[in-house]
Design a protein around this ligand. Structure first.
Ligand SMILES: C[S@@+](CC[C@H](N)C(=O)[O-])C[C@H]1O[C@@H](n2cnc3c(N)ncnc32)[C@H](O)[C@@H]1O
Length: 333
């Protein structure tokens, strides 16, 4: 049996060689691919016949591909059509690493039905899968104040208030579609940066909110930690600053000794549960970016679990305001 499946894929697995280099000392065991997507990471890990993969993806489109994997790799592969915040539900011990490749696969971005991009037409959607509401409901139902918070905190959009006021005025007698939203943004937003499309930040904020990406990431990381034995790795690839801030805080806050002041020696961090293994953040090479331009914003961080703990209050309270903004979504459920 060959080790690869030879599938036609549109998605380039980002930082694949770097990930394999990081996790290969852990080989001969079970790996969690928390974001299966087009199966790029899973397939490479399964090339080694001593490895098993337990994969997760919230997108129903991943099920079909996972069935091919199952047929090919038999009991070395398991797929869960679940959100990765639910990884605790699996029944497997001695996991070697949990790997997260956040963001979207090329297939999802170009799927017109998902409407993730500002180039899409028709009703807004943005659901990755297993969602409770869509961007259509967000834009057409939430009030101005809630929209402003979503745009400001999840998109870091300077004109958040102006844009939400214009949405509110425009939707008075109309149901707003993707092209209407793009038109409003183009009219209301000043051009601060000619290199990026004016709609980029608003669309990013809606994707984060619709898919509850902040709580997914926070609880995904906590639950991955809980599931791993001592010496297990957590490996994360992020694609925007908000995600990276969360991962960086989680890893640093629970690994480094605390420095209250630069004039005092640092005090021992009692809650030190990780060892950070990469001193410098890992980013794609110029060659990879040339081959696959969307990889340019990728950042890779990874840690080794060194101690058991059940206390994540500091982590949760640091990002409490972002979780509260995601909770606005409960009004639409
Ligand atoms: C960037 S792609 C992963 C690509 C994959 N590493 C590969 O090589 O093909 C991200 C995938 O994660 C999935 N995903 C994102 N957030 C998720 C979540 N909270 N739970 C489960 N799957 C998620 C998306 O549906 C998407 O398929």
């Amino acid at each position: 049996m060959s080790a690869t499946i030879n599938l036609e894929k549109k998605h380039f697995p980002v930082l694949l060689d770097e990930i394999i280099k990081i996790i290969s000392p852990q080989y001969s065991g079970t790996f969690l691919d928390c974001t299966f997507g087009q199966g790029g990471y899973s397939e490479k890990i399964l090339e080694n016949s001593k490895n098993r993969v337990i994969a997760f993806d919230r997108d129903a489109n991943a099920i079909k591909l996972s069935e091919k994997f199952k047929k090919h790799f038999k009991d070395r592969f398991e797929f869960n059509h679940k959100r990765f915040s639910e990884i605790k539900s699996i029944n497997s011990k001695n996991i070697k690493a949990a790997i997260f490749d956040l963001g979207y696969s090329t297939d999802q971005i170009f799927d017109e039905k998902k409407g993730l991009s500002f180039n899409s037409k028709g009703a807004l959607n943005m659901k990755m899968g297993l969602n409770h509401f869509s961007a259509h409901e967000v834009i057409n139902k939430l009030d101005k104040e809630d929209l402003t918070k979503i745009f400001k905190y999840f998109g870091e959009e300077k004109d958040a208030k102006k844009i939400s006021q214009a949405i509110f005025r425009k939707r008075n007698n109309n149901i707003l579609k993707t092209e209407d939203l793009v038109e409003i943004i183009n009219k209301e937003k000043k051009n601060y940066n000619f290199k990026i499309n004016k709609s980029t930040k608003i669309f990013q904020s809606l994707r984060i909110f619709v898919n509850q990406e902040i709580s997914e990431l926070i609880y995904g990381l906590i639950n991955a930690y809980k599931l791993l034995p001592i010496n297990g790795y957590i490996v994360v690839v992020t694609f925007h600053s908000l995600e990276d801030r969360i991962v960086k805080f989680f890893f640093k806050n629970y690994s480094e000794d605390k420095k209250v002041s630069r004039y005092l020696p640092s005090s021992k961090n009692e809650n030190k549960i990780f060892e950070i293994l990469n001193k410098k953040i890992i980013i794609p090479s110029a060659e990879e970016i040339k081959k696959n331009p969307p990889s340019r914003s990728a950042k890779l961080r990874y840690v080794r679990k060194v101690k058991e703990s059940a206390n994540f209050e500091e982590f949760l309270s640091k990002f409490k305001n972002l979780i509260e903004i995601e909770n606005i979504g409960k009004k639409l459920c």
